[in-house]
Design a protein around this ligand. Structure first.
Ligand code: ATP
Length: 232
């Protein structure tokens, strides 16, 4: 079925730097809110990077909302938006309006439409006053919000958050969580904070490149906590 709200990994194996980092992973992801946890280096970032074509599997298939990653890789960045831990890695342009205009151009608008569309796009998020602000003058939380707006204006079907809370204070984090909770998109969230998955439908625990546990967040978190405490 084309454009089905389904992400499918079928026997996916991926090596990086000569090591297997995802080992025969098969998953069907249909829920709206899905979390990923696991120790450092367990393969979380590698897995989500397969979904927008930043990485390509050595073997197996990746299908995202009807798009086969091997057949139409160019379609993936428009289907899967990414929010990274460090907004500075994502923001390219000196002003907020230029950054948003770039996203609109990526989404297929002409350069003129993109330039003219930046302020209305910001206004949809109540941030039209930011248009001419230099990006370097935004706080970390504001930069993170700019990244989210820049991704949302492209209207992706899936949004991946890769450790978005790491550098945010608690009030900023809570505001971001409220914003994420209201998104209509399918969301995949990588986080190390154990309370980041409240209201989530499903939590995957990755361990050494394999899915160690997959289920309701409370159950998976309890097992992960016990595992971490046994190691301490
Ligand atoms: N650019 C790279 N080149 C080679 N190997 C890499 C690269 N990036 C990650 N790896 C390796 O891939 C493995 C999985 O890394 P990945 O970033 O997917 O883990 P992660 O679970 O997201 O970790 P973290 O919680 O620390 O972000 C690790 O062993 C890591 O060393």
């Amino acid at each position: 079925m084309p454009n089905a709200p389904l992400i499918r990994l079928d026997h996916v194996t991926l090596s990086r730097g000569g090591r297997v980092v995802l080992d025969d992973v098969s998953l069907e992801l249909t829920e709206r809110r899905i979390g990923l946890i696991g120790t450092n280096g367990s393969g979380k970032s590698s897995l989500v990077r397969l979904l927008n074509g930043l990485l390509t599997p050595d073997s197996g298939r990746v299908i995202v909302h009807g798009i086969d990653a091997a057949e139409a890789p160019a379609e993936l960045p428009r289907t899967v938006g990414f929010i990274f831990q460090n907004p500075d890695h994502q923001i390219i342009f000196p002003t907020v309006a230029e950054e948003i205009a770039f996203s609109l151009e990526q989404a297929g608008r002409s350069r003129r439409e993109a330039r003219e569309g930046a302020v209305p796009a910001l206004a949809r998020f109540g941030r039209e006053g930011w248009a001419e602000r230099p990006v370097h003058a935004l706080s970390e939380g504001e930069k993170q919000l700019l990244c989210i707006i820049a991704v949302l204006v492209m209207e992706p079907a899936v949004i991946v958050f890769d450790e978005p809370f790491s550098s945010l204070d608690l009030p900023t984090r809570r505001r971001l969580e409220t914003l994420i909770a209201a998104l209509p998109q399918q969301v995949l969230m990588i986080a190390h904070e154990m309370d980041a998955f409240a209201g989530y439908d499903r939590l995957l625990w990755l361990h050494e490149g394999r899915v160690r546990l997959d289920g309701p967040p409370q159950e998976v978190l309890a097992a992960y906590r016990a595992f971490a405490e046994a190691l301490a």
